[in-house]
Design a protein around this ligand. Structure first.
Ligand code: PEP
Ligand code: MG
Length: 747
């Protein structure tokens, strides 16, 4: 059996480095690599297959196979042994390739005479770039040492690929970061934007994967690990008083930083000829491909920790900070794997758009992006690897599509869409100070939803008559520690000042479900949307609710305070919350603070149960606001975060409208003010239907005020009600079709 010793693999790496240093074109370099590798591994064949596009691999260089097949032989990912290595990101090592599962014969390559096959993925941090293969006539399995040596060559190749070392004519790699790519993700916030890529955390670039002197590298690694351990210990010391979850993560970091196994593997990599940073990255890549596909959420979470720690170590070794000095462009579109709400708030309104590889519609980042009205696309898989700082990028938050380095045709189409939206916005400016009065004379009150100070300038520009829903939890979510009462008083005072006398409805904290405070221990619940959230938390652990109510009372001294409680499912919850308010009022009076001039106490109607509450509840509550996002998910038993089921049920479904109408009727007979503040209130057709059914106060995103007003002013709500009634009588499942048709003809 052929043994490739450590010094052998160092020799190969040394030769590869010399080959790289030569002033030759991309193809010549690839040819040299396959030639050297085949020789060193004592195999007759060595070939490099690289991705031509995300689905197709191309033979880009070979020693031993038919030279005419280079740049001709192509296969789809998953096809043949090479395609399978790429698809599963796994090594294939077989003594009898033709009998191996998935084997596909490529006659043009002349490979039929080679029995043994060893293929390893060329990957960088879990992203597949291609496949490196050696083959030999002798029927044998390759040894662990040989596999290792080939993996190291693959890793160097991946590193060089990133550095553009192979850029040259006809080279699949040269095109990698130049071609237009479209990503189909999901919409996190509507809107269309054009700008240039600004990477949240640019990749650390390893410029020297191969090293001369293992001892020097060993010392560098040692030194960096020491510094890493000190910084983790420091983080732990700083967090001692923090919450349990943060401590748990840092403890995991500490375990990794002190892990002998991790260090030993990196030392072995160095002994075989890698530089310290290349050794860190190799172990990071290996862990990613091993754990990344695991279904175990805990393991994946730990991978995240290891990734973070490896990146810190790489930054220590290379001196590259996350701030690489890249200038923030004037029209930045932030590209990131994921981002926290606090970091996003740091970038603030300057961002034109945001694209995330991960994230979810209900993530904190999405909530903040929505509050800032920045188009957001989530689940754009692969964008972090593809995008480079400065690339042109277009984000269509309506469709969940991202065009990276778009060609002229796509640029034009997106620019047309942006221009059309601007024109519509210009047309809306003149509507700003006009009432939302329908042709029948009915006036609809249009309010806006907010949650951050940054939203309040929109109050004047959108034409909203006040804030119908101030989601107080956004301020809690965007900080990494519990705000103090004084801070809350200051925040709410600023909100009241910015509103300049217009109504503001504060909703007390709605945490739980998808909104998890970073500084509170997360609840391990099977179904958090129906779990311990909102007023349930407020009543069971009243500390925060009390502090919040006190802060609201102080911030609205001498003015009107409108406060509502989220997720009230039964009468006694409202009672309990109101009792807390009464107690807070009494305490404030005792302390001699000026009370608000008037207090209105409301509840959100977000669970079907509340619609059937006793009459006394409807009489006692000053106002009710329908939280359609939650109400709809519970009415249809369809998770609002699960696009597949959410879209299945139309808001204009007859059953849902019948239900809303019952709520309108109950509110009317008990003289309770009623509004609707879920996302659907911001969709013109839905808004018009709600108004036609008798909901005359709607609260929505600021950007929706003008389009909703525009439609309402052009139609007769009484006539629309007849259209809805007609459609219901005819047995339509949804009234959308008939309503749309009528609006088209009558507006
Ligand atoms: C709602 O459920 O409709 C609502 C406005 O509350 P949130 O979206 O914050 O849950
Ligand atoms: Mg809700």
């Amino acid at each position: 059996m052929v043994q490739t010793s450590e010094s052998e693999s160092r020799k190969l790496l040394g030769a590869l480095r010399d080959a790289m240093a030569e002033d030759s074109a991309g193809q010549a370099r690839l040819d040299k690599i396959v030639q050297l590798t085949a020789g060193s591994m004592r195999s007759q064949v060595c070939s490099i297959y690289l991705f031509r596009d995300s689905e197709t691999l191309e033979l880009c260089a070979t020693e031993g196979l038919n030279a005419a097949a280079v740049h001709q032989t192509r296969m789809r990912i998953g096809e043949g042994l090479v395609g399978r290595v790429a698809r599963f990101n796994r090594i294939i090592n077989t003594a009898d390739a033709p009998s191996a599962k998935g084997f596909r014969f490529m006659p043009e390559t002349g490979e039929e005479i080679y029995s043994s096959f060893l293929g390893v993925p060329i990957q960088r941090l879990g992203d597949s770039l291609g496949v490196l293969v050696v083959q030999s006539k002798e029927a044998r399995e390759f040894s662990a040492d040989e596999i290792y040596a080939l993996e190291v060559v693959a890793m160097v190749l991946a590193e060089m690929t990133e550095l553009g070392a192979f850029v040259g004519d006809g080279d699949a790699l040269s095109a990698r970061h130049q071609k237009p790519v479209t990503f189909q993700g999901r919409s996190g916030q509507e809107g269309v934007a054009e700008g240039v890529v600004y990477l949240h955390e640019p990749r650390v670039v390893v410029t020297n994967p191969i090293a001369d002197d293992p001892e020097v590298e060993q010392n560098r690694l040692e030194d960096a690990l020491d510094r890493l351990r000190v910084s983790v210990d420091q983080m732990l010391a700083d967090a001692r008083s923090g919450d349990a979850e943060q401590l748990e993560v840092l403890e995991a970091y500490r375990l990794f930083a002190h892990s002998k196994g991790w260090r030993r593997r990196m030392e072995e990599d160095i002994q075989r000829g890698l530089s310290a940073e290349a050794a860190v990255e190799k172990e990071q890549s290996t862990a990613r491909s091993r754990i990344g596909q695991s279904k175990d959420a805990y393991l994946r979470e730990r991978l995240h920790d290891l990734d973070d720690l490896s990146n810190r170590l790489l930054r220590l070794l290379t001196g590259q900070g996350s701030d690489t000095g890249a200038e923030v462009p004037h029209n930045p579109i932030l590209v990131a794997r994921n981002i926290g709400p606090g970091e996003l708030l740091d970038y603030g309104r300057n961002l034109r758009g945001i694209v995330l590889e991960e994230g979810s519609v209900g993530s904190h980042a999405a909530i903040v992006a929505r509050a800032l009205a920045i188009p957001l696309v989530i689940h754009a898989k692969g964008i972090v690897t593809e995008a480079l700082n400065g690339d042109l990028i277009m984000v269509d938050g309506d469709q969940g599509t991202v065009h990276l380095r778009p060609d002229e045709g796509v640029q034009k189409a997106v620019q047309d869409k942006i221009a059309m939206m601007r024109q519509a916005a210009d047309r809306y400016v003149e509507l700003r100070d006009k009432p939302a009065q329908a042709k029948c004379g009915t006036v609809v009150e249009l309010l806006m939803n907010a949650g951050l100070m940054a939203n309040l300038p929109s109050l004047a520009s959108s034409g909203a008559e006040g804030v119908g829903l101030f989601r107080t939890e956004l301020q809690f979510l965007s900080q990494n520690k519990m705000p103090k009462r004084g801070e809350l008083v200051a925040q709410y005072t600023r909100v009241m000042d910015a509103a300049e006398g217009l109504k503001v409805v504060f909703r007390t904290l709605d945490i739980g479900s998808d909104k998890v405070l970073p500084y509170m221990a997360p609840q391990d619940e099977p179904n958090p949307a129906m779990g311990w959230r909102a007023i349930r938390v407020g009543l069971d652990k009243p500390g925060i609710l009390r502090m919040q109510l006190q802060a609201l009372l102080r911030a609205t001294a001498g003015q009107e305070l409108s406060v509502m409680f989220p997720f009230v499912a039964q009468y006694d919850e409202f009672h309990g919350a109101k009792a807390e308010l009464e107690r807070a009022k009494a305490r404030e009076a005792k302390l001699g603070h000026t009370p608000p001039r008037n207090i209105r106490v409301g509840a959100m109607l977000e669970t079907p149960s509340l619609a059937f509450a006793p009459n006394q509840f409807f009489k006692e509550v000053d106002f009710l606001s329908i939280g359609g996002n939650d109400l709809k998910q519970f009415f249809f038993a369809a998770d609002r975060e699960n696009e597949r089921v959410r879209k299945r049920y139309d808001t204009l479904n007859t059953s849902f409208l019948n239900f809303l109408e019952q709520i309108v009727e109950r509110a009317r007979t008990s003289n309770t003010q009623l509004s609707f503040c879920g996302e659907d209130a911001g969709r013109p057709l839905e808004a018009a239907c709600f108004a036609a059914l008798g909901i005359h106060t709607l609260s929505m995103r600021p950007a929706s005020i003008a389009p909703v007003k525009h439609l309402i002013r052009r139609i007769d709500l009484k006539k629309l009600k007849l259209v809805i009634d007609n459609a219901r009588n005819e047995g339509h499942q949804s009234v959308r079709g008939p309503v749309l048709e009528w609006v088209r003809l009558n507006s």
